[in-house]
Design a binder for this molecule. Structure first.
Ligand code: ARG
Length: 442
């Protein structure tokens, strides 16, 4: 029974929040005249003492006492006696654990937000540095149109900004205090729930006691936001892995973020990126795990809900490591602008620019222009040359009105520079966007 029942092995991580919640509860009980001022003083001193002991690592948790709440309370009673026995007045472990866990998740959201901001700043810095560095843009991982490396990096800044805003939404919805809902029905004592809510930094108390003790939406929403964020990090990690591979070599990572092989001396493996990609599995797993735990539970509390914590801790730990690793790699990576540029010019990447020229300068309908361009790409392919190296006479066989002016549109520089409509990859746009992000993330 103890092996399956005890949660202290993982919920010890709630010790700070548990003490914080108990301090607020005791002070409210005293101010409402439910316990005496001297009992409250003894409780506060005791809780502060145990907090110091846990922080110093000198406290031993007892698995026979099931969880962090009982461990702390039992120690308090052993230390201060009778007064300690009064702490649990008008409270249950059900509202206590919901409160502690909300506080923990709220702290995790705040810490994640700081980390994400850091990663965004690193990306914006590198984007500013490489605002004009031309690389191939892909669809289907096939060369599509030239873009700039800075533009590519800023795409992730946009994703991470949405991730932060999802976390902020989650924090906002989470921020109501369950403390005082007691076991499930509320309490007969004249407590002041607004007072404890305020002391703990909540916006207000929760309105329904049954909901208060059985709600784990906040944890599920946190895991959802983390999952979407992890999906973004995983895509970026995948790109880093592609970019450092021998056929690409768009970037290089230093020894700080790569490992060697035990047999192949030339290897420089992107393990940090691979692990960030892999840790996504834990985060998605945690989300599905907690959704599954909750989906069949009748109101109000059931012990199933104790399984919420490991999932959240595990996901938060994985997210913390992954964001840190990605931030480190973004700061560390060396972009090879020459390799990127060479690849950007290959594979007829400016074919769309040619079609746009036929529309803009010669007045062809776009579908016709698309067809003419297709013929020219085939002609270049048959000769094994780039579009820009096709003789004008050959171009004119496909469309007689083409003039020398066409060649100006076929360079990759012209291609990116021309994409200056809002949101496009033109280096001037990218430099401006990067500077704005740098400014707002300062
Ligand atoms: N360890 C429990 C948990 O994490 C605390 C709440 C226990 N409540 C109860 N009625 N058994 O969920």
């Amino acid at each position: 029974m103890q092996a399956i029942n005890a949660s202290i092995g993982f919920d010890y991580r709630l010790w700070r929040e548990d003490i914080q919640g108990s301090l607020a509860h005791a002070s409210m009980l005293a101010s409402q005249g439910i316990i005496s001022q001297s009992d409250e003083a003894a409780i506060s001193a005791g809780l502060t003492e145990i907090g110091d002991a846990i922080a110093a690592g000198t406290f031993t948790f007892d698995p026979a006492l099931e969880d962090i709440h009982t461990n702390i309370e039992a120690w308090l009673v052993g230390r201060i006696g009778e007064a300690g026995r009064r702490l649990h007045t008008a409270r249950s472990r059900n509202d206590q654990v919901a409160t502690d866990f909300k506080l923990w998740v709220r702290n995790a959201i705040d810490a994640t937000d700081i980390q994400l901001r850091d990663l965004m700043r690193a990306l914006a810095d590198r984007a500013a540095e490489h605002a004009g560095a031309i690389m191939p843009g892909f669809t289907h991982l096939q060369t599509a149109q030239p873009v700039t490396f800075g533009h590519h990096l800023l795409a992730y800044v946009e994703m991470l900004a949405r991730d932060r805003s999802r976390l902020a939404d989650c924090r906002h919805r989470l921020n109501q205090s369950p403390l005082g809902a007691a076991a499930l029905a509320g309490t007969t004592f004249p407590i002041d729930r607004s007072m404890t809510a305020q002391a703990l930094g909540f916006d207000r108390p929760t309105a329904n006691s049954l909901d208060s003790v059985s709600d784990r939406d906040f944890a599920i929403e946190f895991l959802s936001a983390l999952s979407i964020m992890a999906m973004h990090l995983s895509r970026f990690a995948e790109e880093i892995i592609i970019w450092v591979s021998a056929p690409y070599r768009f970037i290089r990572l230093s020894d700080a973020f790569t490992t060697g092989s035990s047999i192949m001396p030339q290897k420089r493996n992107p393990d940090a990126a691979e692990l960030a990609r892999a840790k996504t599995g834990r985060i998605f797993g945690a989300l599905v795990s907690l959704l599954t735990v909750m989906k069949g539970l009748p109101l109000a509390y059931a012990k199933d809900m104790q399984e919420d914590k490991e999932a959240v801790f595990n996901a938060a730990d994985a997210a913390e490591l992954s964001i840190a690793a990605m931030t480190g790699m973004v700061r560390d990576m060396q972009a090879d602008e020459v390799r990127m540029r060479d690849a950007a010019g290959a594979d007829y990447a400016t074919a769309t620019d040619l079609a746009d020229y036929l529309v803009r300068d010669l007045g062809l309908p776009f579908r016709t222009a698309h067809h003419v361009t297709g013929r020219l790409v085939a002609a270049a392919e048959a000769r094994g040359i780039d579009l820009a190296d096709l003789p004008l006479a050959v171009m004119q066989e496909a469309e007689p009105r083409i003039t020398q002016a066409v060649f100006a549109t076929l360079s990759i520089e012209a291609s990116v520079a021309a994409r200056s409509a809002y949101g496009g990859t033109a280096p001037a746009n990218v430099a401006r966007e990067a500077a704005q992000w740098q400014e707002s993330l300062r």
